[in-house]
Design a protein around this ligand. Sequence first.
Ligand code: ATP
Length: 567
Amino acid sequence: MNVQARLIRQLSATKPLMAWTFALGVCSSVSLLLQAHFMAIGIGILFLRVPQHTNLFTFDAGLAVTFLARSVFGAVSGWIAARFAANAKLDMRSRWMSQLFTLSSTKIERMQTGELITTAVTGVDNLESYLARYLPQSVEAVLVPAVLLLYILRLDWISAALLVVTAPLIVFFMILLGNGADSVAHKQWHVLEDLSSRFLEMIEGLMALKLFSRSADAKRVLFRIGDANRVATMKTLRVAFLSAFVLELFATLGTAAVALALGLRLIHAELAFTPALTVLLLTPEFFQPIRALGSEFHAGLNGLAAAESLFQLLDEPNEDVDARNIPGTMANGLPDIRFTDIRLRYPGEKEDSLCSLNLTIHPEERIAIVGPSGCGKTTLLRLLSGSLSPSAGIIEVGGKQVQTLASPAWRKLVTLLNQQPHIFSGSVRENLQMAVPVGEMVEDDQLHEALRKAGLNTWFRSLPNGLDTRIGDGGRTVSGGEAQRIAIARAWLRQSPLLLLDEPTAHLDPLTAADIETALEELMANRTVIVVTHDPGLASRMDRVIFLTSHGFSTGCETPLEYRFAD
Ligand SMILES: Nc1ncnc2c1ncn2[C@@H]1O[C@H](COP(=O)(O)OP(=O)(O)OP(=O)(O)O)[C@@H](O)[C@H]1O
């Protein structure tokens, strides 16, 4: 289905928007006819003394009423279009965002952050312009000329015939131009996405660029893509101006032809003054909506190019599954989790990252996963956290077979602490509250208790505004150890029965690492814990150590994963 048809079908706001535009367009066209009619009669009475049954005042009043009615219909139509477009924009942005949050982490990792930002921000805004301006204008460009043509046909068939000949010429040239313009607009959109990605990447890697003295190179690359964006934008504008020119040319020629034909017949007294003037007044109005569509051509192309990007993400299949077999609460703790012959291959990869994985995790067991770099430790945690689904094999939770753990019900039971927890730009309170489900109230006392348990008492006392102190990007800087402790405080608030730790002390100095491990000890009590670590000290404190061997996946799965148990 083409993008335009999909937009109309899938965005609930588009159908009522088109219906309203249609209804108001009919009302506006009728007022326009009456306005032209009254004006022609009024001019006839005033200047040529054309005899009429009614006096001039009646026509003046009629003219004023129709003029007012047209302005009101126009204003209401604009207001409705803006409202529906804003609703559609909200609808699209929220659907797009929820889809983004339901996609697996591997899919998100393959997407470019800059592209995603451009699509979510500029793309949705372009779509709003398309819906508020281009779509209503396309309805009017068909409706108004059709109504006017029927009326003109009643008054003077020759003028109607001239309009019927010129209008399709405009449509024909617009289609010709539109075909070329479509690819130009798409190209411009992709260049813009590329520019955003590179720019974001440069900002993120600013320190590394400075340290390697490569800032000038990055600037050159950015300048090159910026220039490509300028060229692409100019190309789309050129097409837009060309289309406007074609429209103006044919509209002017059409009006001139009608005026000439009317003038000649007036001179030869083959046509009465009032219908001739009415037709003459209506002819520019016949072309007006088509010309207005030409000036919205650019907005239309940009909107459609953006819509294609938006639909691309919306079309990604959602991997979350029906979670009937997954327990939704931790009332009785977490049951056994059993993996049998699990195999996992990342999309687009030639080799499995995990293969023949057989593992049973018992309730409240504490397991360390160790092994060489790249052997699949993090992949195993992703599988357990429900961010990845296995390519093959059997998963059982509490003896019940499930296809995957990728479900919201499962994720509620899991807390994942990784090497570098993300601190969001916001207050300490916001950063902690995000650990609990939306709508669930957390008292300040509970936040203080979580901070204390995470060993952040001293740090918290140093904050100028307590829980309202802004941290993260643009706020107070948080060290690696503090960030890890904030993550531990979040885990305390979350209270999930399965705790997954991915090298929680990897980037910390030995003293801080030891402190963090102490803070983790209390958290790990009475929970099922899986910790990925290269630290023999931490591993030895677990109930069981599992060694993942690299040949489990790197040499084509000849040997199953090997498990060794601690003493
Ligand atoms: N998103 C991905 N797409 C494709 N391949 C991936 C992806 N993530 C990881 N891999 C590959 O899967 C394999 C296992 O990676 P994983 O991160 O699980 O290893 P690891 O044992 O945790 O390594 P480390 O100890 O270095 O963190 C690696 O070969 C890696 O290149």
